[in-house]
Write a protein that binds this ligand. Structure first.
Ligand code: PNS
Length: 170
C-alpha cells in the first residue's frame, strides 16, 4: 500500500524549519504533498503562487526526492484535499508545547472529519526559534533573514525593501 502524506502550512515564506520537516517526512512516506493553504486568520505577505514557487525551488535546491509535490489549496477543508489525492496522513512540525496546544484540536477534528491521522515530527532544535512570522517581521524592517530561510527565499526577500513587503491580496 502506497503511503501518501500531506504537509500543510501557510509557508509565508518557507523557512529552514519547514524544510527540515519536509525532508524528514519525505523519508517516511512514498508520496509527499507539500500544500500551501490559505489561512484567513493570518495576514499574508507573499501571494500563494510565489509561496509555491519558492517551495519548489527550495525543495529542488536541497536535493530532496522526486516523490514530493507542491500544490496549493484555498477552498474547502484540508481533509478534502487529502481525500482527493488519497492521503491518509497529515504531517506537522512541532517546535514547542505551544505548537502542541495549537495543533491538537485540529488533529482531532481532521481525524473525526475524514479518518486522516496527524503525525507530529520534531525538527532539528537548531530551528526551534524560527517561524515565518519572525521572518516576515525581520524582512519588513530591512533585516537579514538568510540564517532562517532557504537560499531561494533569502534571494527573493533581500532585494525587497520594507516598502515592497506589503501584505499580499490572497
Ligand atoms: O502554517 P500555518 O499557518 O500554521 O498552517 C495552518 C494550516 C493552514 C495548516 C491550518 O490553518 C489548517 O489546517 N487549515 C485548513 C482549514 C481546515 O480544514 N479546517 C478545519 C479542520 S481543522
Amino acid at each position: 500500500m502506497r503511503r501518501i502524506a500531506v504537509v500543510p502550512g501557510s509557508f509565508d515564506p518557507v523557512t529552514l524549519g519547514h524544510l527540515d520537516v519536509i525532508e524528514r517526512a519525505a523519508n517516511l512516506f512514498d508520496e509527499l504533498h507539500v500544500l500551501v493553504v490559505h489561512n484567513p486568520d493570518k495576514g499574508a505577505l507573499l501571494p500563494i503562487g510565489q509561496r509555491v514557487s519558492l517551495l519548489e525551488r527550495s525543495i529542488s535546491d536541497a536535493g530532496l526526492g522526486g516523490h514530493i509535490r507542491v500544490a496549493s489549496w484555498s477552498v474547502g477543508l484540508l481533509v478534502d484535499y487529502c481525500t482527493d489525492v488519497g492521503a491518509t496522513v497529515l504531517v506537522k512540525g512541532i517546535r514547542s508545547q505551544v505548537d502542541v496546544a495549537y495543533e491538537t484540536p485540529m488533529a482531532i477534528v481532521n481525524r473525526n472529519l475524514a479518518h486522516v491521522e496527524t503525525v507530529f515530527l520534531l525538527p532539528d532544535p537548531a530551528h526551534a526559534h524560527v517561524s515565518s512570522s519572525l521572518v516576515r517581521q525581520v524582512a519588513a524592517l530591512g533585516g537579514d533573514v538568510t540564517p532562517y530561510v532557504p537560499p531561494a527565499v533569502g534571494e527573493y526577500l533581500q532585494p525587497h525593501t520594507s516598502v515592497d513587503l506589503v501584505p499580499a491580496a490572497d
